[in-house]
Design a protein around this ligand. Structure first.
Ligand SMILES: Nc1nc2c(ncn2[C@@H]2O[C@H](COP(=O)(O)OP(=O)(O)OP(=O)(O)O)[C@@H](O)[C@H]2O)c(=O)[nH]1
Ligand SMILES: [Mg+2]
Length: 376
């Protein structure tokens, strides 16, 4: 969906724009420092960012510095081989675990895959009810027991049942708070162990849910969970409800964990794959007049391949062409392939009047002639 992340980052973008109302080609280092601090980038990181920049900063210079914060070695964990692919969802209470599970389940279901949920937050009766309500709404099977029962047993039963029925995915909810932190650590470790007994290699992904409205304070929380069980990646929720979107830079830089998705609302559809380039460009669009570094303008060309300048009908035509080839348009820079869930970059190549779909290595997966977008 077009501009989805932009909508999710509305409050962050508005705060930047209210602090720097006039967009420009260059921004002074001091002013940039203030903007980043306002957006909840940690003080130390702001210092580190501006250190390498000149007195007056151009978009491309800031882009390169900011994007580098997301570049670190991460292990890509994907469903392969034996089913089901088991995901364990952890995080403090209220972070958005249960809602995110519903969103993930919905996503897998839309991709044509089968999902089973496990209600391992047995600490509160309401938690079981909440997941059940989502399961009913999305028409997805769920394994649960009574409040107070062993959460590990629920995880075991969910995986066993999904395995027997050949399900593609299992997603397991957990409690965010127990009587003490030690209890929580012990419980999570036990769930992890028991998942491994139900299926070798499970849980395949241990995902930490962080509440985006907490900004930087989420970092210490994340470190605590990392110590309890080895976290594979994170999902940041409630980005729509905060002006602290800049905290993602600090979270990435400090934790060096992949950010799989961001939550941008309360509905099942409000979960979008996180793309660092799109994130950085959305922030930069609030500061600079210049367009994204990816966009090559089509000045002097017969056909218009500048995606930012496409008319509504040209854009609709592009979306239609992509759709026919199995792609969903995510934003003006990215598409996702429905069959695989892979994200590809959309690159307007003004030199040869093509709109190209590029993979991570820059190889062309598909290309559309600009003239194909003509609607008359
Ligand atoms: N605006 C917004 N609200 C969200 C988002 N994700 C979750 N919420 C809301 O945050 C609140 C808490 O979400 P839950 O999913 O219940 O959180 P939890 O981590 O399961 O909480 P416990 O079960 O109490 O540990 C709910 O009101 C959700 O609707 C999001 O991306 N945006
Ligand atoms: Mg919950």
């Amino acid at each position: 969906m077009f501009g989805f992340l932009k909508k999710g980052l509305k409050k962050t973008v508005e705060t930047i724009e209210s602090n720097a109302p006039v967009k420009r080609e260059k921004i002074g280092r001091d002013e940039l420092e203030d903007l980043l601090l306002e957006a909840d980038v940690t003080y130390d990181l702001v210092e580190k960012i501006v250190e390498s920049l000149p007195e007056s900063v151009k978009r491309i210079q800031l882009y390169n510095t900011l994007i580098s914060l997301f570049i670190y070695d991460v292990e890509k964990i994907e469903p392969k081989g034996e089913k089901p692919f088991v995901e364990l969802i952890v995080g403090v209470n209220g972070a958005g675990k249960t809602t995110t599970i519903a969103k993930l389940a919905q996503r897998y279901k839309t991709e044509g895959e089968t999902v089973m949920l496990g209600a391992s937050d047995t600490f509160r009766a309401a938690a079981i009810e909440q997941l059940k309500t989502w399961a009913d709404k999305l028409d997805i099977p769920i394994v649960y027991t009574k409040q107070g029962h062993d959460p590990s047993a629920v995880a075991y039963d969910t995986i066993s049942s999904a395995k027997a029925k050949g399900f593609d995915h299992v997603i397991i909810d957990t409690a965010g708070r127990l009587h003490t932190q030690t209890n929580l650590a012990e419980e999570l470790k036990k769930i992890v162990r028991v998942c491994g007994k139900a299926m070798e290699g499970a849980p395949h992904r241990k995902i930490l849910i962080l509440d985006g409205t907490q900004g930087n304070s989420a970092i210490n929380q994340a470190k605590a969970f990392k110590e309890m069980i080895d976290i594979d990646g994170i999902i940041i929720t409630k980005l729509d409800g905060t002006a602290k979107g800049g905290a993602l830079f600090s979270i990435a830089e400090e934790l060096k964990l992949p950010i799989y998705y961001v939550g941008v609302g309360e509905r099942a559809e409000d979960l979008i794959p996180f793309d660092p380039k799109e994130f950085v460009n959305t922030i930069l669009d609030a500061i600079f007049v210049e367009q994204s570094a990816d966009i090559v303008t089509s000045a002097g060309k017969t056909h218009n391949v500048d995606i930012t300048a496409l008319t509504d009908s040209q854009l609709a035509r592009l979306e239609e062409l992509l759709d026919n080839d199995g792609f969903n348009l995510l934003s003006k820079h990215f598409v996702s392939e429905r069959a695989t869930g892979e994200t590809y970059r959309l690159h307007p190549n003004a030199n040869i009047d093509l709109i190209e779909v590029l993979d991570k290595d820059g190889s062309i997966v598909r290309a559309y002639k600009a003239e194909e977008l003509a609607t008359d």
